[in-house]
Design a protein. Structure first.
Ligand SMILES: *[C@@H]1O[C@H](CO)[C@@H](O)[C@H](O)[C@H]1NC(C)=O
Ligand SMILES: *[C@@H]1O[C@H](CO)[C@@H](O)[C@H](O)[C@H]1NC(C)=O
Ligand SMILES: *[C@@H]1O[C@H](CO)[C@@H](O)[C@H](O)[C@H]1NC(C)=O
Ligand SMILES: *[C@@H]1O[C@H](CO)[C@@H](O)[C@H](O)[C@H]1NC(C)=O
Ligand SMILES: [Cu+2]
Length: 555
């Protein structure tokens, strides 16, 4: 076993320095968290992002005047960003991805769903019914393939969610682009992919929740293997829906406060699922706004609902960390705390109008808040150190395998505008280091998983409900291991589609050579976490290892 990183001599030297040089000790306190701006920017506006391998993120914009072009002269609207060196690989597309959605199928194929009007001059076709497929790769060879008529109806601002059977459900949206939905533009239906007879199935809930029902909040409900339930929410209302029987199982009480859906955009998250409380389903919805007024202060509340007993389920209101916010992003961190970041203190989502004279949102909220669902009401939120970059409409954020958070985007104008406006199109990328990376706790390095030492050279296949042997190296002779399986999701417009965090049981820890071996039990079934890609974090005393491992949960 290697010695602990903090040996006694280090501590005594620090003490001596403090005595000899008192000013040194009163030097600025070590920051508990921090943002780092990367040298290489995103190249295109980061409207949608999705982690596709341990070191790669696919960024999708719409067709617009980004300053990079494909060989045929058309603007790049999708690329693969390499986290190791910031290099970009352009991914040609032929349909407009403007405000689309997406998710992974259980077999690992990523699907981008829907989009908007054709852009004739740049030779992009309509994306309203498009399905775009890519099998994520690490060799720089995979590309999108498109089916322009893959869906049975137009979907702009729809939500896609991976189901327990490995298919996608694509729900709602509008039939054309619009600043606010209406009866004339609404698409109150859903459909599945794949499906033998593609068709749009009526979903009246999206009529009832007009006009604020775009990018509906959809979460797969944890439960036994044969359960077929979703939590669906729009505007101020939610319900439990059986996607197999096409039936509303339970209507939930309305959530007090503002509307939570586009353009009064809030965000929603299925809180971490833990075996010790039988994967208790809890949804947290935060932020939004009451009125479509750029000056109106954003919503300062969150609602949490425990869905383990549907007859008793009701919202518990909380204060949104003292920072009213519209367009927040919610990222479940590697330790199971949830980070809320990005967004504005005033206004709504949407493009500024009249040549950028009229902003839709102002007063960017630069301070992220950390939410701990394990703490009592009133003590769950904590403010962290602020960023310097406003992230308004079309901003994104996701956890990455090294435990940091990748943050990009903000394009509040209808086209790319780099100067002369209060909030220009933002190409800078930030990496945020959560407080757990400042604890100086020894971090595990995963050496092998399920007998394979080919870590992060491609997904390692694992099965539900099975123990998986994991070996780690760590400089700590009294480690305390926990584990979590994370699906980062498809992220756009404050909607973290299919994001999931599941605590895994760790058994049979034994010390071996330079490290430890343990069994990590995979989640019981596809309703706890859908099949497809997942990242396994091994934590030591709450601090994630150097990198999570890319797994593939088999159907
Ligand atoms: C996954 O399933 C989809 C739909 O059936 C199919 O198009 C795709 O090729 C499959 N991907 C893999 C990697 O098998
Ligand atoms: C699901 O499985 C459980 C236990 O195996 C059974 O009790 C229940 O009736 C099943 N439900 C459905 C809808 O098939
Ligand atoms: C934001 O909203 C607050 C609260 O409603 C208001 O006092 C303030 O003037 C607004 N600020 C801007 C920049 O619109
Ligand atoms: C591993 O741990 C589990 C749960 O504590 C126990 O039931 C099982 O017997 C252990 N297996 C081995 C090989 O020690
Ligand atoms: Cu949009």
């Amino acid at each position: 076993m290697k010695p602990s990183r903090f040996s006694i001599p280090t501590v005594s030297i620090l003490f001596l320095l403090t005595v000899l040089f008192p000013n040194v000790s009163s030097a600025p306190k070590k920051k508990s968290s921090n943002y780092k701006i990367l040298k290489e920017n995103s190249g295109i506006a980061a409207m949608h992002i999705v982690v596709t391998s341990p070191t790669k993120i696919i960024i999708i914009d719409k067709v617009q005047n980004n300053p990079i072009f494909l060989k045929d002269g058309s603007p790049v609207s999708s690329l693969e960003y390499d986290l190791t060196d910031g290099s970009k690989r352009f991914l040609p597309l032929h349909s407009n991805t403007f405000c689309s959605s997406g998710g992974f199928l259980g077999n690992g194929t990523l699907v981008s769903t829907g989009g908007a009007e054709p852009v004739p001059d740049d030779k992009f076709k309509s994306g309203f019914t498009s399905l775009r497929f890519i099998d994520p790769c690490q060799d720089g060879k995979c590309e999108w393939s498109e089916n322009l008529n893959g869906m049975s109806s137009h979907r702009w601002y729809s939500t896609s969610t991976t189901l327990s059977d490995g298919r996608l459900i694509i729900l709602g949206g509008s039939i054309k682009s619009t600043s606010v939905n209406s009866e004339a533009t609404n698409n109150p239906t859903y459909e599945f992919f794949p499906r033998d007879d593609p068709k749009s199935i009526p979903f009246p809930f999206l009529v009832e929740t007009l006009p604020f029902n775009l990018y509906p909040m959809v979460h797969l409900m944890p439960g036994p293997k044969n359960q077929t339930l979703l939590f669906v929410f729009a505007n101020k209302d939610g319900m439990i829906f059986d996607w197999n029987k096409n039936k509303i199982v339970k209507r939930l009480p309305s959530l007090k406060g503002s509307s939570r859906s586009y353009p009064l955009t809030g965000t929603s998250v299925m809180l971490p699922l833990r075996p010790e409380n039988n994967y208790k389903p809890q949804i947290l919805i935060c932020g939004g706004n009451e009125k479509m007024d750029p000056k109106n202060g954003a919503e300062n509340s969150c609602g949490k609902i425990d869905l383990s007993d549907l007859d008793k389920a009701d919202w518990e209101l909380d204060n949104f960390g003292g920072l009213p916010r519209v367009m927040p992003d919610c990222v479940i961190l590697a330790d199971g705390k949830t980070l809320f970041l990005n967004g504005a203190g005033n206004g709504t989502a949407g493009y500024s109008s009249s040549n950028n004279k009229h902003l839709k949102a102002d007063n960017p909220v630069l301070t992220p808040v950390l939410y701990d669902d394990q703490k009592p009401l009133g003590k769950r939120f904590k403010k962290l150190d602020p960023s310097t970059i406003p992230r308004l409409y079309h901003s994104v954020a996701t956890l990455i395998p090294d435990g940091r958070v990748f943050i990009a985007g903000s394009s509040p104008q209808a086209t790319v505008v780099l100067k002369g406006v209060k909030f220009p199109t933002e190409y800078r990328i930030e990496l945020f280091s959560p407080p757990y990376l400042s604890l100086n706790q020894a971090r595990a390095t995963i050496k092998s998983v399920a007998g394979s030492s080919k870590i992060n050279q491609g997904p390692i296949e694992v099965n539900y409900d099975n123990p998986v042997e994991v070996s780690v190296d760590i400089s700590d002779n009294k480690p305390k291991f926990t584990a979590a399986l994370v699906h980062y999701g498809f992220i756009t417009h404050s909607t973290h589609m299919s994001q999931r965090y599941v605590v895994c049981i760790v058994q049979n820890v034994t010390s071996k050579d330079n490290g430890y071996t343990m069994n990590v039990v995979m989640p019981p079934n596809g309703n706890i976490i859908a099949p497809g890609p997942g990242y396994l974090y091994i934590l030591n005393k709450g601090v994630p290892g150097e990198s999570a491992v890319h797994l593939h949960l088999k159907l």
